[in-house]
Design a binder for this molecule. Structure first.
Ligand code: C5P
Length: 203
């Protein structure tokens, strides 16, 4: 079974993907980390498309360090390199290999249900209002001791939403057959229960 989970930043898709993967005993790939890792290798020369394509082509999933990659700066830089078709194409095979594991997999990102795994058995499009998502991300950054203000985080989220939705290559969009899950008013256990019943109905 392949579970495809898409949605904007801080919608709760990562948490739901991790929990669903644990529940079904499936491997999980946070595809945002791939774009973050490419960006990390191109910081200071983000305009250099050839460098970002090369970083994507030679990316080694085994060396990804989620802790180091989940910063606000790399989220922003990731959405710049992620708009390039050459970077997306270079990361395609790796994601297809991950999804083809026997037994299945859980992948989360922006284009899993539309581009990477269009035939996934279960597709979720997880969302929440920009204010709720900014509040979550702000608390997360605070918890890690990263300096931030709510307003700056909200502005960053709006900018990233706009860039991810407006790009021509694999934009952030709900697949026709994905089920919409709005987590704005849900705590984690309720969101997980809702996600689980969506997946159960599809298998
Ligand atoms: O999900 P996360 O915030 O880690 O993603 C960082 C950026 O990577 C996103 O804003 C988006 O531009 C890009 N991304 C993407 N396609 C994916 C996953 C992430 O374009 N499947």
């Amino acid at each position: 079974m392949i579970i495809a989970i898409d949605g904007p930043a801080a919608s709760g898709k990562g948490t739901l993907a991790r929990r669903l993967a644990a529940h079904y005993g499936l491997p999980h790939l946070d595809t945002g980390l791939l774009y973050r890792a490419v960006a990390a290798r191109c910081l200071g020369r983000l305009d250099d498309e050839a460098a970002s394509e090369d970083a994507a082509r030679t990316l080694d999933v085994a060396t990804l360090d989620p802790e180091a990659l989940r910063t606000a700066e790399l989220g922003e830089a990731a959405s710049v390199v992620a708009a390039r078709p050459s970077v997306r194409a270079a990361l395609l095979a790796l994601q297809h290999r991950f999804a083809a594991q026997p037994g299945g997999a859980v992948l989360d990102g922006r284009d899993i249900g539309t581009v990477i795994c269009p035939k996934a058995e279960a597709k979720l499009f997880v969302t929440a209002t920009p204010e709720v998502r900014a509040a979550r991300r702000f608390r997360e950054l605070e918890g890690r001791g990263e300096p931030a203000t709510f307003e700056a985080v909200l502005a960053d989220i709006r900018k990233r939403d706009a860039r991810d939705s407006a790009r021509s290559s694999a934009p952030l969009v709900k697949a026709d057959d994905a089920v919409l899950l709005d987590t704005s008013t849900l705590d984690i256990p309720s969101a997980f229960a809702a996600a689980l019943s969506i997946v159960e109905a599809r298998r």
